[in-house]
Design a protein around this ligand. Structure first.
Ligand SMILES: [Mn+2]
Length: 197
């Protein structure tokens, strides 16, 4: 079992999409209280924008036009937006990446759905969108991730009130991704048929 040597606390957020006031409020809330701040992409801001300065890691989203990296590996943690590895089609490509780079945690965004799944001993964490999540509850989320050895604690927080909402958003997120995955399968089957005909 891989582990991170000392206990680390990490702010993980994604898909802020110009909701800069909310993003800045979250950053201020955790200033000096976390070891790392990670943005999983789709800020739509440039690399040298002062609002991005507090983040230790930022990766490139499909709405980012500046020169962010496609992925970053930080101490057994694989960080990427998700679209480069077909996240809407499941975790297969990300599992391969995590094995290749010896990672047991994968942080990503892109779907605007809060999800936490453990597959092949790899923790896949999508913090949701700081702007707004898909689903029935009508707010955005971010994650506070605590890693101690191989113990992983994932807490989801409301994007404005900062209260913990883990149970509600993960239950809804699971349902949303099941719906989306079923839809993607149907589309793939139709596309295959079109290509064949
Ligand atoms: Mn995206």
């Amino acid at each position: 079992m891989k582990e991170v040597e000392k206990m680390v606390k990490i702010l993980v957020l994604s898909d802020t999409h110009y909701e800069n006031d909310i993003m800045t409020d979250i950053v201020k809330h955790y200033e000096g209280k976390v070891d790392y701040m990670i943005h999983c992409g789709d800020s739509s801001l440039d690399c040298d924008d002062p609002l991005m300065a507090p983040f230790d890691v930022v990766v490139k989203g499909n709405h980012d036009y500046d020169d962010y990296p496609r992925f970053v590996v930080l101490d057994h943690i694989f960080i990427t937006h998700g679209h480069f590895f077909d996240i809407y089609h499941g975790y297969k490509k990300l599992i391969d990446q995590c094995h290749q780079y010896d990672c047991f945690i994968c942080l990503h965004g892109h779907t605007h759905v809060a999800t936490y799944n453990i597959i092949d001993n790899i923790h896949f964490i999508n913090p949701g969108s700081v702007m707004m999540n898909r689903g029935e509850y009508g707010y955005g989320t971010y994650v506070i991730l605590t890693i101690d050895g191989h113990d992983v604690q994932v807490d989801y927080h409301h994007h404005v009130t900062h209260e913990i909402v883990t149970e509600e958003v993960l239950k809804d997120g699971k349902r949303m991704m099941e719906e989306i995955n079923a839809l993607m399968k149907k589309i793939d089957a139709q596309m295959a048929k079109l290509n064949y005909d």
